[in-house]
Write a protein that binds this ligand. Structure first.
Ligand code: ADP
Ligand code: MG
Length: 676
């Protein structure tokens, strides 16, 4: 059985088992699933195709006995001639005097080494007597630890594959193997560890990629189904008329896209199924308006709602804008870390007694000693900054509210079906009409003077500007210093009539709030800030966004920052100050200045930086695939996603043919839930 301990494999002793355990390899199954991370290729190709200075493999007959010369203290050089394709080739081997005894005139030898095309000479790295065997052409190289070597590991893996071959059962129904011309599972294992050639390896990889994606997609789609479980009393019977009146009170009419997603969310609210939905919409697309309407709908159904945001500044902004929108339609309160003592106690009591309908706060608001009376709806803004904790916390409190996650980062489709494949997705893919595109320029620091003149001109016209300094790691002292330095420079540069504020993560909450308020009231015309300003902040009179060292940011983040301007009716500008060294950096600056479409940018970002960096390293929430790469192999991912949908829709997992696959999916879900 594949679940046997590795010690059952011939050649694995106690010491080796320990080394293997350190790499997480305990069973035979673990062992054969330890895939090579690359392959050395020893392909024998015609002499004329060999490239000078390349590492090559040749095969030929030794023409006369090798001659050995010693030099230096203990160095030696062995040379001999061999005939390859009727051409005489010279072979040179250093410091392997012993080989003289092995190699004789008339022998067939296979040599791998560095090729000198001008002298027709090979400097030998490895040699072997006899013809090259097929499986010698590609050699697997494994990640190893401790005293293990790739050679030892390869030997025991091959041993395991040989003695356990009959235990490697197929898990994909034959239909898929035929449809996609995939090798069967046993063959694929053999081919990935001992590929005969590149083509065989490619097929083995194709098989594992599809298998990984299909299992993953089945898992996500099953989880999605389960998370949508029907809960008694969960249906929210909101007051349609009141909601309509509320919408009519807005100073604008909703866009088609807003109406579309509103309908999707309202349907979820009405149904007994628990909502688990992701709302995507570019900055300024009007998500907050949609959120307000949904929260209000829930309130008319007699429930309480919560809006959770990543920072206190945002919490306060949302609190004020909701209060203004709702008027006396709903009782709103704010709960953040800086609200303490009696005030806090009072609010918590009001929430418990349902004297409050809607609570706005940072994510701490569900984690602390806050008890809701009848929580029906939770909105989590900028969810990837929170991690995956909330649902668990809520579940542990015995609460099953409808949950809507909102994000302003347009998520490329490939990531959406992987990172958020267990959620329903709504997209606001349209901006309110009449918005002016933010004009974006990329300049080098040598032009800083002109940039500052540009800022001054616009401030004199009554507008405001942001200057953003990069933050590499949050709460990094150096970066704050960076912002402080820029602040002092600008203070010295601009006349006193221009008031400059400074904002960074280390400021006490009250001070941040005060700076923000002053900027919002145009008491400050210029705000120097680290990226704490990034999400959500809304000051329509600000028309200029200057970003220092812009090459340090990802495209999505730059797009977020740019979204802070262009929120009013005046023409806005984004100025990227950057001097990227590499081509990729230059390309990013070019793309930023050419497009304002968040989805285009996020696709580009994904292509340029890869999925791991897309959300930032910390809480990517991305699955790790062994063979598959979701960017590179996105076609296979889409195919697997479609197939998984079909399998679930047609309830195929219950059929006998799908049992082995189902088992793998269940194992994968279990592994996942442990993390959750
Ligand atoms: P998001 O949260 O998606 O970044 P907001 O909801 O903050 O966007 O909306 C940005 C601005 O657009 C706000 O000032 C809001 O009042 C306004 N707005 C929202 N929806 C519309 C609409 N349908 N028509 C015109 N303006 C709108
Ligand atoms: Mg918003």
């Amino acid at each position: 059985m594949l679940s046997d301990s590795v010690t059952h494999v011939k050649g694995v002793g106690e010491k080796m088992a320990e080394d293997l355990a350190r790499m997480g390899i305990h069973s035979v199954e673990d062992l054969i699933n330890h895939f090579p991370y690359r392959y050395d290729v020893f392909e024998i190709r015609p002499l004329r195709e060999l490239v000078h200075d390349d590492k090559v493999t040749i095969e030929g007959r030794v023409i006369y006995d090798p001659s050995l010369t010693f030099y230096g203290k203990s160095k030696s050089r062995l040379t001999f001639m061999l005939e390859v394709e009727q051409v005489a080739v010279k072979a040179v081997m250093f410091n392997r005097a012993f080989a003289k005894k092995h190699i004789q005139k008339g022998d067939i030898v296979t040599l791998t080494g560095k090729w000198d095309a001008h002298r027709l000479q090979i400097t030998v790295i490895t040699y072997k007597k006899g013809k090259a065997k097929q499986q010698d052409q590609m050699q697997a190289v494994y990640p190893v630890k401790g005293e293990l070597t790739t050679r030892k590991l390869k030997k025991v893996i091959q041993q395991a594959l040989a003695s356990y071959a009959s235990s490697i059962d197929e898990i994909l129904p034959p239909f898929y193997l035929t449809a996609y011309k995939l090798p069967d599972r046993k063959a694929a294992y053999q081919m990935i560890h001992m590929p005969k050639n590149r083509i065989a390896l490619k097929h083995a990889r194709r098989r594992f990629i599809y298998e990984e994606f299909l299992i993953f997609q089945l898992k996500m789609q099953l989880l999605r189904k389960w998370k949508r479980e029907a809960i008694e009393g969960n249906a929210q019977h909101f007051d349609k008329k009141k909601v309509k009146e509320f919408i009519a009170s807005f100073p604008f009419t909703l866009t088609n896209a807003q109406n579309k997603v509103l309908k999707q969310i309202m349907n979820d609210l009405k149904s007994p199924y628990r909502m688990n939905r992701l709302l995507q919409g570019d900055v300024g697309s009007g998500k907050t308006a949609v959120a307000a309407i949904c929260l209000y709908a829930s309130v008319t159904a007699g429930r309480q709602g919560a809006l959770m945001v990543p920072t206190e500044i945002l919490a306060e902004q949302h609190y004020h804008s909701l209060k203004e929108l709702f008027g006396d339609r709903a009782r709103v309160t704010l709960l953040t870390g800086s609200i303490k003592g009696k005030k806090r106690k009072e609010r918590i009591t009001q929430i418990r007694n349902h004297e409050i309908d809607i609570v706005v706060g940072t994510h701490a608001l569900i984690q602390e000693d806050v008890t809701f009376n009848n929580l029906g709806f939770v909105i989590v803004d900028e969810q990837h900054r929170f991690g995956v904790e909330q649902r668990r916390v809520l579940r542990e409190k015995g609460l099953h509210p409808d949950v809507l996650f909102m994000t302003a980062t347009p998520i490329p489709r490939t990531l959406a079906i992987t990172a958020f494949g267990d959620m329903d997705v709504s997209i606001i893919d349209e901006l309110p009409s009449g918005r002016k595109e933010v004009e974006t320029y990329w300049v080098k620091e040598t032009l800083l003077d002109r940039v500052l003149q540009f800022i001054e001109k616009h401030i004199r016209q009554g507008e405001q500007a942001y200057v953003i300094c990069p933050l590499i790691e949050e709460s990094d002292k150096l970066d704050i210093q960076n912002a402080v330095d820029v602040y002092h420079q600008l203070e010295a540069y601009f006349p006193e009539s221009i008031h400059i504020g400074l904002m960074h993560g280390r400021l006490p909450a009250e001070e941040k709030d005060m700076v923000m308020k002053k900027f919002a009231n145009n008491e400050l015309q210029l705000l120097v800030s680290t990226t704490v300003i990034e999400v959500g902040v809304n000051v329509p009179n600000a028309t200029i966004m200057v970003i220092y060292d812009a090459e340090r940011f990802g495209l999505s983040q730059l797009h977020q920052l740019r979204g802070r301007v262009g929120r009013g009716d005046k023409q806005s500008y984004c100025i990227l100050i950057a001097d990227p060294k590499g081509e990729v950096g230059k390309e990013r600056m070019r793309i930023m200045s050419e497009t304002t479409d968040g989805f285009v940018l996020s696709e580009q970002d994904l292509q340029l930086r890869g999925p791991g960096d897309f959300f930032g390293k910390k809480q990517s929430g991305l699955p790790e695939f062994k063979v598959a790469d979701m960017v590179h192999d996105y076609r296979a991912l889409e195919t697997a996603s479609k197939d998984a949908q079909e399998i679930i829709d047609n309830r195929l997992l219950k059929t006998p043919e799908f049992q082995p696959l189902l088992k793998h999916v269940e194992n994968s879900i279990q592994a996942n839930e442990k993390l959750d």
